[in-house]
Design a protein around this ligand. Structure first.
Ligand code: NAD
Length: 260
């Protein structure tokens, strides 16, 4: 029980990595606040957790809205008495489809730029700041950001908005880690690559798109798609007391891709 009695708030936990980790955190003893835009899927995450005899509650929150993030922290405090762990995991890929990783690409719209910066970076900054207010009341805590291997090494063909926003989270991790160490609050980031979520499963299921996944696998020295449980394992460790000496760390979970 690595997270016994901790209160964990996870954004984007109605699906994919966030859902898998929410189930895992709860199994490790945390009381989990599941949060997302998708209320039906969020309720399903809560149902999965409760049906295993663990504790969770759902709070709708659009992370691009600071007022929603405020409501989320208040919900956690009202429901479970505070916040010990905040993981900003919500994210979405860029709407712009580009053929070059150039930062000067004309296909990037203002709306796309704003959306990527808001859902990843603005939400990370304000979400963490609001979580810190609650953590200070409890004498410490752990913050985790989901960045991306694309922030460390943008793949050719990716619109620059996503890697830039995710790279911002890496700087935020380091700056917050230094500022908050004296308050017993640790701040770390993970950088996943090619995780088997619904999107990858969908590509694999269709002969016409299977080649896209093969291309991803070729970029991984380990030569395979990575599993959501492998991300949940790392996240659980980083927010647990087992990682009590670790802050400001940016951990690639990428099968070696960014070492190429
Ligand atoms: P996913 O689409 O399965 O889950 C993302 C969740 O975030 C969804 O439930 C979605 O509704 C939610 N979300 C999106 N916008 C939101 C908003 N404005 N407010 C609240 N919730 C919002 O994706 P995933 O693959 O599980 O990705 C999780 C995180 O991991 C993302 O930050 C993503 O960028 C990052 N990531 C994923 C991979 C991968 O291979 N899957 C690789 C690198 C990074």
């Amino acid at each position: 029980m690595q997270l016994k009695d901790k209160v964990a708030v996870i954004t984007g936990s109605a699906a994919g990595i966030g859902r898998r980790a929410a189930v895992r955190f709860a199994a490790e003893g945390a009381r989990v606040v599941v949060s997302d835009l998708d209320d039906a899927a969020g309720a399903e995450t809560v149902q999965q957790i409760r049906s295993s005899g663990h504790e969770a509650a759902y709070c709708h929150s659009d992370v691009t809205q600071v007022c929603d993030l405020e409501r989320l922290m208040t919900f956690a405090a009202d429901t479970y008495g505070g916040v010990d762990i905040f993981w900003h995991n919500a994210g979405t890929s860029s709407a712009s489809v580009t053929s070059s990783p150039s930062g000067y690409h004309p296909g990037i719209t203002e709306a796309d730029w704003d959306q990527q910066m808001n859902v990843h970076l603005k939400a990370g900054f304000f979400g963490a700041r609001l979580a810190v207010d609650k953590m200070l009341e409890r004498g410490g805590g752990a913050i985790l950001f989901t960045s991306s291997a694309a922030a460390l090494k943008p793949p050719v063909g990716t619109a620059p908005t996503y890697p830039i926003a995710k790279h911002g989270l890496i700087l935020l991790t380091k700056m917050m880690a230094v500022d908050l160490a004296k308050h017993n609050i640790r701040v770390n980031a993970i950088c996943p690559a090619s995780i088997r979520t619904a999107m990858i499963e969908g590509l694999l299921a269709d002969e016409s798109t299977k080649g896209i996944v093969d291309g991803l696998v070729k970029q991984m020295p380990m030569g395979r798609i990575l599993e959501m449980d492998e991300v949940a394992d790392c996240a659980t460790f980083l927010v647990s007391e087992q990682a009590s000496a670790i802050t400001g760390t940016v951990l690639p979970i990428d099968g070696g891709r960014t070492s190429l």
